[in-house]
Design a protein around this ligand. Structure first.
Ligand code: ZN
Length: 123
């Protein structure tokens, strides 16, 4: 198996895992993942050195795609209740870094790393 295909399969597994952790592993959401993967397949074929970044990019693509279709994903599960200054309103986790080989989900409100992408647990 070539590097790009391998990286795409890994990205799919990690993102689908995190959708499932949020109860969003529905047909519609998983097809959003597959759409992101086919768009990124073209990108990665043009730039094979970008293969290590595919999980990071696909996670952000899916996050954007779901915003209209299913809402914010993944919702922050950090307990902010003792932290009223920052506001406890519903917000999503962000992928950090924007372009990296080992992306993590981060709550930007309190600056906490929640999990690696692909290792979210249920809320
Ligand atoms: Zn948060």
């Amino acid at each position: 198996m070539d590097t790009v295909t391998d990286a795409l399969l890994q990205a799919r597994a990690r993102v689908v895992h995190d959708l499932a952790a949020c109860g969003l592993d529905t047909a519609g959401c998983v097809s959003a993942v597959d759409e992101a993967l086919s768009a990124r397949r073209w990108w990665a074929d043009e730039w094979p050195d970008g293969a290590p970044f595919l999980t990071c990019l696909v996670a952000q693509d899916v996050q954007e795609a779901l915003l209209d279709a299913a809402g914010r994903w993944p919702l922050c599960r950090v307990d902010h209740e003792a932290d009223d200054d920052h506001g406890a309103h519903e917000h999503e986790l962000r992928v950090s870094p924007d372009l990296g080989e080992d992306p993590h989900w981060v709550c930007e409100v309190v600056g906490v790393v929640v999990a690696r992408v692909g290792e979210l647990t249920g809320p």
